[in-house]
Write a new protein. Structure first.
Length: 92
């Protein structure tokens, strides 16, 4: 009986080690899963960022066009005003 008790006490550290190894394997599996999920999320966010940058570039182009049109409108407004003054001068 003492031999069986001796064997039992010898196997306890091995059992604890086995439990720790199993826990580590489970942790590694969970970490791999998390890494995969984070990697996919990172790719999705990268695509969204690129789409947002493209929209921003389009908006900036549109803003530049609006500013150019405003400048042109002011120029035309000034020319029309000059022409109206010239026409008023001819009517005298």
């Amino acid at each position: 009986m003492s031999r069986a008790a001796g064997r039992s006490t010898e196997l306890e550290p091995i059992d604890r080690l086995e439990e720790k190894v199993k826990a580590l394997v489970a942790l590694i599996d969970r970490l791999k899963s998390d890494q995969s999920r984070v990697s996919e999320e990172n790719m999705r966010l990268s695509r969204e960022l690129e789409a947002t940058r493209a929209r921003l570039a389009d908006s900036e182009e549109g803003l530049a066009e609006v500013n150019a049109l405003r400048t042109e409108r002011e120029s035309i407004r000034g020319r029309v005003s000059d022409m109206l003054e010239q026409l008023e001068g001819l009517s005298l």
